[in-house]
Design a protein around this ligand. Structure first.
Ligand code: URA
Length: 204
């Protein structure tokens, strides 16, 4: 059960993460953030969420607003959540990399290594029952984090499957999905993502 006191503690821990990321001058993305008056994107949603959705890195709209998944891909993520009758505010949504890479390029291994520990701490704070990874970077990071390296397959094979992992706070399920952005330029992917998302319902 999540008590008021533990929710307060979670909020404080999340705030500490935010402050550290704001001051992360050693990040290769820090100068770009400042030059473009962009914001880091820490994450948003319920600190008692059962579901945690983890994307790759903020895009333009996210860096403008400081909120994850608010652009076109985010609208589709909202649709996916609606499709399984889950409110966006009841989920915790974040990314591995917390600052926008220039021109939305893929995050580098160094960036993933630098920002990954913040995500690790967020997972420990939220203690989700299900982690939905959005895209291959997130899938690879989470599978490796939970020692499932040998189970890693290309996302074309892994999407919609469920993996069981053991976290410090208990057992959780990992559900790799395609990144919602792929549905924006490939209409048939919309249905694949919707179908894969249905699996989440089993664990609520
Ligand atoms: N794509 C991501 O991976 N994360 C966001 O927050 C937005 C788009």
């Amino acid at each position: 059960m999540t008590t008021e006191a533990s929710l307060h503690e979670r909020k404080e821990k999340m705030r500490a993460i935010r402050d550290e990321i704001i001051a992360l001058t050693q990040s290769p993305l820090y100068a770009y953030r400042v030059k473009n008056s962009a914001l880091p994107v820490i994450g948003e949603g319920s600190h008692a969420a059962k579901i945690m959705c983890i994307g790759e890195a903020p895009g333009l709209n996210e860096a403008k607003t400081g909120r994850p998944f608010v652009g076109a891909a985010g609208k589709f993520l909202n649709e996916l959540l609606e499709g399984i009758s889950v409110k966006r505010e009841d989920v915790y949504i974040t990314n591995i990399v917390k600052d926008r890479p220039p021109e939305n390029r893929d995050p580098t291994p160094q960036e993933i290594e630098l920002y990954g520990p913040f995500l690790d701490r967020q997972i420990d704070i939220i203690q989700p029952r299900v982690i939905v990874t959005l895209g291959r970077f997130s899938m690879n990071y989470i599978m490796q984090k939970f020692g499932l390296d040998f189970d890693i397959e290309p996302i074309s094979k892994a999407h919609g499957k469920t993996y069981t992992a053991t976290a410090s706070f208990g057992e959780l399920k990992i559900l790799p999905l395609y990144h919602p952005a792929v549905a924006l330029y490939n209409g048939s992917m919309r249905d694949v993502l919707k179908k894969d998302f249905e699996v989440v319902k089993k664990f609520l």
